[in-house]
Design a protein around this ligand. Structure first.
Ligand code: NAD
Length: 356
């Protein structure tokens, strides 16, 4: 098998964590006798500096010629002035829109070894928290018509969904649940919002195609509480663009550090964009201490969803779990008492758990 992977390191710690994930992917290629061709390109602040655009044409071309994209993070203080005409995040949004990556998958798993780092009481996490968020990514209130009116004394945003937009992301959630614990929790605000009544009705129609999957409706306000009170009861959580954004960030705190969590953004086919959920962490950039696990687990998702290499993905996930159980910690997940591992040391330890 020969595949092309676009590598967009981005800004801040992006290049450091992407280099770590690339080493892991190369090892998987070596083990399986596959050829992974990595093509690097600019995105975000570094692309603005070099070309004036956060998403240069060459980058788009490299991604179009690839089977998947591995991304680090974009942004930083140098480009954060809101009055600047172009901003790094526009590169990321541009990519998502260009490839119609409408389903954002964010697994939130609390590794038993990291329970002491979570802000919740250990007994609430003891049953094992393993949630997959499926967030609609290219519609809803973030993309509806908006306007600031008059002299700025009124403004509106539009929450707009079509049945087709809800259907396609709901199918992703139900299919994922079939591979997991067969439960979908659909989050909405159907008691107040018309677009959310359309959401609920459509999700229920899609659910008829998946009689083996249990469907639960939860109002978003109740969901914020349930996530803290009974996080282990969730399997797949399906949410629209805004609620999914907020709830997945809330749940990320359970994992102990932003540096732990991966994500995948998918469209209709197997093509996908894979990135850790954290940002460019300018406060630690260049120090070689960033936690590479979120990006390494994103690379595992790339193998599973874009390349169909589920066994290899599990190998990586198991290697991460074993290393955490061994007690090795980067600074962000270190409770003290031992010297924290560098990005390279953590990556070496994960590689050491994979077949040579
Ligand atoms: P951030 O995620 O970059 O950092 C928040 C805190 O978490 C920092 O203290 C940081 O050191 C720590 N952290 C994050 N990732 C870590 C890792 N892998 N290992 C160890 N510690 C880690 O969020 P922020 O500080 O709000 O944003 C910084 C920049 O990143 C901003 O310009 C923001 O716009 C951008 N950003 C980009 C993305 C993206 O590219 N998808 C996402 C969020 C923020």
């Amino acid at each position: 098998m020969s595949v092309r992977i676009a590598v967009l390191p981005g800004d801040g710690i992006g290049p450091e964590v992407v280099a770590a994930a690339q080493r892991v992917l190369q090892r998987i290629a070596d083990i399986g006798g596959y050829t992974f061709v990595f093509e690097e390109a600019l995105l975000g602040g570094c692309a603005i500096d070099a070309t004036g655009s956060p998403l240069p044409d060459r980058t788009l071309g490299v991604c179009e010629d690839s089977d998947a994209i591995l991304l680090g993070a974009v942004g930083g203080p140098r480009w954060s002035d809101p009055s600047l005409p172009v901003r790094p995040e526009q590169g990321l949004l541009g990519l998502r829109q260009h490839f119609t990556l409408f389903a954002n998958l964010r697994p939130v798993k609390v590794f038993p070894a990291l329970i002491p780092h979570a802000p919740l009481r250990p007994e609430l996490l003891a049953d094992g928290v393993d949630i997959l968020f499926v967030r609609e990514l290219t519609g809803g209130i973030y993309f509806g018509e908006r306007r600031e009116q008059g002299s700025g004394d009124s403004a509106y945003d539009t929450l707009y969904y079509t049945v087709a937009e809800v259907e396609r992301v709901a199918h992703v959630a139900f299919k994922a649940a079939q591979q997991r614990r067969r439960k979908v929790t659909s989050v909405d605000k159907a008691n107040v919002l018309a677009a959310m009544r359309l959401w609920r009705r459509t999700v229920h129609n899609v659910a008829r195609d998946y009689p083996d999957v249990e469907l639960e409706d939860v109002l978003v306000d109740a969901c914020t509480m349930h996530l803290m009170r009974r996080p282990a009861s969730f399997d797949v959580i399906l949410a629209d663009n805004m609620f999914g954004d907020i709830l997945s960030d809330e749940s990320a705190t359970l994992a102990g550090s932003l540096g732990m969590l991966p994500s995948a953004s998918l469209g209709e086919g197997t093509f996908g964009l894979y990135e850790p959920i954290h940002g460019s962490a300018p406060d630690i950039a260049g120090k070689g201490i960033a936690n590479p696990i979120g990006t390494i687990l994103s690379a595992a998702m790339l193998l599973r969803y874009s390349l169909g290499l589920a066994e290899e993905a599990s190998l990586i996930e198991q290697a991460v779990e074993t290393v955490l159980e061994s007690g090795l910690r980067t600074a962000d997940i270190n409770l003290g008492g031992q010297k924290a591992a560098s990005t390279a040391e953590m990556t070496d330890a994960i590689l050491a758990q994979l077949p040579a």
